[in-house]
Design a binder for this molecule. Structure first.
Ligand code: CU
Length: 394
């Protein structure tokens, strides 16, 4: 899975609802118009088919003024409705907010990368960010446009005079504008959602056009301010640059794992309690040796019969309620609290950092199925995923 079209359905700018409304209005009214023409057409073709009509009966038919006015006036009104919503939405996109109440960022598109240049901050430092999409790692790294949430951002965009035309396209913001050599075009947005959103070039511009990606990272205002006023680095560092939810999407985890619902897809839902009773029973019976913990293998048959049932029920509930005495068979290795004694063995109830990085490093094979290895996920990304999963779980 690639990280393209991240957040396409997010509708993450103040204008996206208007665009979506205009879009669906067009779809539904067009469908209505289509059916109201094609439906009767088929009906009449059938009703007045050749063997049902005599030529002398229809020789005198000329026209019907009332009908003709109706089928002219109604479509005209519908077209005016299209025009109204299309035009008002376009005006909102075309009317820039006051620059004094916005952040103005200069954007340069060239073969095949995007560059951002911010206004000087209080210490006179100008942040410049840019970078080429890393095809092997399938990532932009930190080269993205960083903006605060709920703030008007104006982009002044151009391309070098010896370059070609590009187009700055942000699906989640329903925003797209040509970037033309030697000319400055503008567009603005105001995002109400903290997160990461894909940017792509939407004008075919040569060999690496399809890799001309970038990202917009919408940050909390305080995080943004702190970075903007700093002079240390041109890209912000920290958790906000990588949020767990978009990493799960970006790495294709969502094709096998539900994260918003309890459904078991190919793999377990990552929203629910970590292990089901059946999973725990399976491990108690068969042991586990594929997770790559330093402690080594967990032996099979650690408990039996009613004891095993009791333990599994207790673990699957997230270790709520009274601890069964039989859990003593487990606590020597997994800890009294079941949390794995600081990464010595797997935590039985939470997605801690050791578990996630072991699952990525070694894959996971269990009762539910087989999860492939992920060797290109950085520690920083693991941390963001852990943070996100544990937030979802409480
Ligand atoms: Cu381009």
């Amino acid at each position: 899975m690639s990280n393209t079209l991240e957040g396409f359905n997010a509708g993450a700018s103040t204008l996206s609802a208007d665009v979506d409304f205009a879009f669906w209005l067009h779809i539904w009214l067009s469908l209505g118009l289509f059916l109201s023409v094609v439906g009767p057409m088929f009906y009449f073709a059938w009703k007045y088919r050749a063997d049902k009509v005599k030529n002398e009966d229809i020789g005198t038919v000329t026209h019907h003024t009332g009908l003709e006015i109706t089928w002219t006036v109604i479509p005209v009104i519908i077209m005016m409705v299209f025009f109204y919503y299309g035009n008002t939405t376009m005006q909102m996109f075309r009317t820039m907010p006051a620059e004094s109440q916005s952040i103005v960022v200069n954007v340069e598109g060239s073969k095949w990368k995007w560059k951002y240049e911010y206004p000087a901050n209080a210490s006179g430092h100008v942040h410049k960010i840019g970078g080429v999409y890393d095809r092997d790692k399938k990532t932009m790294g930190l080269a993205a446009l960083y903006v605060p949430v709920n703030t008007n951002i104006i982009l002044k965009m151009t391309a070098p005079v010896d370059d070609v035309i590009h187009s700055y396209y942000v699906p989640a913001f329903r925003m797209k504008e040509d970037v033309v050599p030697g000319r400055t075009t503008q567009q603005w947005f105001n995002s109400s959602k903290v997160g990461q959103f894909d940017v792509e070039c939407a004008e075919y511009c040569g060999t690496d056009h399809s890799y001309m990606y970038s990202k917009i990272v919408v940050m909390e205002k305080a995080d943004y301010e702190k970075w903007f006023e700093s002079t240390s680095g041109d890209t912000p560092k920290g958790d906000f640059a990588k949020d767990g939810k978009s990493l799960l999407r970006q790495h294709g985890c969502k094709s096998c794992h539900a994260i918003d619902t309890d459904k078991v897809l190919v793999g377990p839902s990552l929203k629910t309690r970590r292990l089901t009773k059946e999973q725990v029973l399976d491990v108690i019976e068969n042991g586990q040796d594929k997770l790559g913990y330093a402690m080594g293998a967990m032996p099979a048959d650690m408990a039996k019969g009613a004891d095993a049932e009791e333990i599994a029920t207790y673990v699957a509930s997230g270790m709520k309620g009274t601890k069964p005495a039989s859990f003593a068979a487990c606590s020597s290795c997994h800890g009294e609290d079941g949390k794995g004694m600081n990464g010595m063995s797997p935590s039985l109830i939470s997605y801690d950092k050791t578990l996630i990085s072991n699952v990525f490093k070694h894959g996971k094979q269990g009762l539910i199925g087989t999860m492939p290895k992920y060797l290109d996920i950085s520690d920083e990304e693991v941390a963001a995923i852990v943070k996100y999963l544990n937030k979802t779980n409480d």
